[in-house]
Write a new protein. Sequence first.
Length: 252
Amino acid sequence: MTWLGLLLVGIGCNDLVFSWLRRPRVAEAVAAGVVLAAGLLAGVSGLFEVLGLVLVCGGVVVWGESVTYGFGSRRFALPLVVLAAVLTLAVLASPTVRVDDGLLATWLTESTLPLLSGLEADRALLLLGVLLVQLSTGNVIVRLVLGVTGTSHPLRSTTGSAAGSMSGLKGGRLLGPMERLLIVGLGLAGEVTAASIVIAAKGLLRFPELQSARADGSTGPGIHEVTEYFLVGSFVSWTISLAALALVAVPG
C-alpha cells in the first residue's frame, strides 16, 4: 500500500494547503514536495521506484488541477473521475514496492509510542494519508458530489432573508473534518458503536437549523431542499470516513 499511502498523503496535503492559501499551484508544489520527502524517508530507491514516486507526484498535481478546473467550469464530475482513476492505479501498483529499510521504518521500530511501535512503514503512510484526507479533501469531495447531483444549487441561488437564515450551514466546513476524524478515530479504536452515536447526534443537533428553513420557504429553499442538502452532504462525508476505515483494515 506504499503508493496508495503516498498518494493520499499528497492529495490531503494539496487540499489542506489550498484551503489556507487559495493558491492552487503553490498547494500542488508543496504537496508534491511532501510526497517526495515522505517517499525518500520511507526508503523508496532504485530507478523504477523513484519513477513510481514521480508518477505519484504527478497524480497529486493532476488531482489539484482537476479540482481547480472542475469548480471553475462547473464540471464537478471530472475531479471525481480523476480521483477514482489515480486511486485505482495506486492500488494496482502498490504491490510492486514495499518499504521496510528506510529511515521511517527505523524510527517506527525504535518508537516508544504504543500506536507507532511495530507499525510497518507502508501502513504508517497509509494511516497518515487516510487521516489527512479526512480534512479538506473530504470537504472537497462533498462539494463535488453536491455539485454533480445539483443539490447545492438551491443554497447558492438563495438571496435575501433566506440566505441569512441558512448561513449557519457554513459551519459544516469545520464540523465535517472534525466529525470524520472522530469517526475514523473511534473506528480504529474498535468503538464502532460510539461512532454511530456521533452520526446520530449530528442529526439531532442539526434538526433545529433545518426546521428554521420552514419559516422562509416562500422566499427561498424550504425544509425539503435544505434537508436534502444536509442528507446528501452528510452521507457522502460519512462514506468517506467508513471507506477510510475499510481501507486501513485491508491486510497489507
